[in-house]
Design a protein around this ligand. Structure first.
Ligand SMILES: NC(=O)C1=CN([C@@H]2O[C@H](COP(=O)(O)OP(=O)(O)OC[C@H]3O[C@@H](n4cnc5c(N)ncnc54)[C@H](OP(=O)(O)O)[C@@H]3O)[C@@H](O)[C@H]2O)C=CC1
Ligand SMILES: Nc1nc(=O)c2c([nH]1)NC[C@@H]1CN(c3ccc(C(=O)N[C@@H](CCC(=O)O)C(=O)O)cc3)C=[N+]21
Ligand SMILES: [Mg+2]
Length: 306
């Protein structure tokens, strides 16, 4: 009888992100020592969403640990769009701030597109501004969205050259799916973008050498949707009730991805876990973008971080 294939290798985003943050920290220290510039990141959060509060706290702590300035602006849920635009204008004009991030989602009474449009594209460390989306699409240097950038770093570390591989991206949001597809294309992958209207999603996924799940539906992608040996990047961050019914009854939760991990692990060649996969890379790439933005503002060539 044939042996069952070995389980997939786990791609350790947490430790990769730690090493990337260390490289950012030493590059930032040299920028400050040689040019007197300390990179500064401003994070703006409107309202009290508990998950957002956790990410914002992690970002603030890791920014300071990388030797950068971190300013967090916590605004009330009732903040008006004009008040928020006023703060962005002040941050755009602040020479000590090189990166501005407005945590999404924003309350319903605020027009997110107008807010993103107001951020100086050269301080847009999320890479969400239309100018940065356009630069990415035409291959000009800009600021690249953090989650897709972190996912590419993990893929290149796992696979080396991505040329010619068939990548399937499930999800077409402006902040994850679309920029992920652009970056894979720039790495010479053959790219398929799938979404909620895709017919026979399982069959499309089965073609993937690289499968990127950015859907926001807990464990939607099953083991039998995966080509044996494929590399899986699970971007999903979904909070679900604890698997222990007693704890679930107390309202305890756990975080799962968009991929059914145990099933996928038995088929894939390599896979990112959730947590400990793409999430930590997002924050590390945010710090890298802040460093790059500070270098450009100072007219200094950024050091390579890879
Ligand atoms: N790890 C990290 O750092 C980050 C993680 N995330 C996580 O990534 C996930 C995706 O985020 P985001 O891109 O912002 O989400 P969005 O909700 O903006 O987009 C989800 C995409 O998935 C598609 N989709 C929804 N349901 C299905 C379905 N049944 N079959 C196929 N496609 C479907 C949607 O299609 P359509 O366009 O047709 O509606 C849409 O394109 C979330 O879990 C989020 O929490 C997000 C940012 C950072
Ligand atoms: N303007 C803006 N930019 C963002 O980049 C942005 C945003 N808004 N809104 C929310 C999403 C989500 N996001 C995450 C960042 C880090 C982790 C992360 O570090 N996750 C850890 C811990 C997960 C946990 O236990 O909660 C992990 O996956 O291991 C997750 C998710 C950034 N986002
Ligand atoms: Mg991002």
């Amino acid at each position: 009888m044939a042996d069952a294939p070995a389980p997939a290798r786990r791609i350790d985003g947490k430790s990769f992100a730690e090493r990337l943050r260390e490289r950012v920290a030493s590059a930032a220290a040299r920028l400050e020592a040689d040019h007197g510039v300390k990179p500064g990141l401003a994070v703006v959060i409107v309202g009290e969403d508990p998950a957002s509060q956790i990410y914002v706290r992690n970002k603030g702590e890791q920014t300071v640990a990388a030797g950068m300035r971190s300013d967090t602006h916590r605004l009330a849920e009732t903040t008006t769009q004009d008040e928020l635009l006023g703060l962005i204008a002040r941050l755009n004009a602040d020479r000590g701030i090189h990166g501005v991030l407005v945590q999404m989602p924003l309350p319903a009474h605020i027009d997110s597109a107008a807010v993103l449009d107001a951020i100086d594209p050269d301080k847009d460390v999320d890479g969400f501004h239309v100018v940065n989306a356009g630069r990415l699409a035409v291959g000009l240097p800009g600021l690249v969205p953090c989650t897709p950038q972190g996912s590419i770093l993990l893929l290149k570390d796992a696979l080396g050259d991505l040329s010619g591989l068939h990548a399937v991206v499930v999800g077409r949001s402006n902040i994850v799916g679309k920029p992920m597809a652009q970056l894979l294309l720039a790495e010479n992958c053959t790219v398929t973008i799938a979404h909620s209207r895709t017919r026979d999603l399982a069959a499309v996924c089965r073609q993937a050498d690289i499968l990127v799940a950015a859907v926001g539906r807990p464990e939607m992608i099953r083991g039998d949707w995966i080509k044996p040996g494929a590399t899986i990047i699970d971007v999903g961050i979904n909070r679900v009730p604890s698997s222990d019914p007693a704890k679930a009854a107390e309202g305890r939760t756990r975080v799962v991805g968009d991929v059914a991990f145990k099933e996928a692990e038995a088929v894939a060649g390599a896979i990112t876990p959730v947590p400990g996969g793409v999430g930590p890379m997002t924050i590390a790439c945010l710090l890298a973008n802040t460093y790059v933005a500070a270098c450009r503002a100072a007219g200094v060539e950024p050091e390579r971080l890879d």
